[in-house]
Design a protein. Structure first.
Length: 181
């Protein structure tokens, strides 16, 4: 089932995506940008993980709870990237973030999520968001290269299973951190 925009020819596989499209494109509402949940002005989001932009990739604390016991560290860009290119550009900033997390010397578990936008090969007006994730692992066992490779395999599997989808954009990569004992 697809949801067609009554004002243009775009098709969406989810009603929420259609509603967002109508608000942003046809009603002229400001496009929602990712914001930091800790501070209104994005200054000093966390004592050691402030908002920063490197090579067009921005790092923010998207959500947090219990005094940084749980943090969702999001990496996003305003540019359009397919997942492979996005991860290549974002990798240095993600690795720097992992090094900062290691320097905290707290027992952390990390879970990774990559959000991409797919479009139908036969009809580019049909778009859908998909989330690819890696199960939680301890910070000591977290290997960014393995995570990237696993996500690329999952995306490749998704696109070759007969789904006729191709990646049109990457929304964000997120590290979800949790302190454990």
């Amino acid at each position: 089932m697809f949801f067609k925009c009554p004002e243009c020819d775009e098709l969406f596989s989810r009603k929420s995506n259609l509603v967002r499209h109508q608000r942003e494109i046809h009603q002229g509402q400001t496009i929602k940008k990712y914001s930091c949940s800790l501070t209104k002005d994005h200054k000093d989001c966390s004592y050691n993980l402030p908002r920063v932009t490197v090579n067009g990739i921005t790092r923010i604390i998207a959500k947090h709870a219990f005094g940084d016991v749980i943090r969702n560290i999001r990496f996003y860009t305003d540019q359009s990237f397919v997942s492979i290119d996005f991860m290549k550009v974002a990798k240095p900033l993600i690795q720097e973030t992992l090094d900062i997390l290691k320097s905290e010397q707290r027992p952390l578990k990390l879970q990774s999520t990559l959000c991409v936008v797919f479009e139908k090969i036969a009809d580019a007006t049909v778009k859908d968001e998909a989330f690819f994730s890696i199960t939680a692992t301890t910070l000591d066992n977290y290997n960014l290269d393995d995570v990237i490779q696993t996500m690329e395999i999952k995306i490749q599997s998704y696109t070759t299973r007969g789904s006729n989808w191709k990646i049109s954009d990457t929304r964000f990569f997120e590290l979800n951190t949790t302190v454990f004992k």
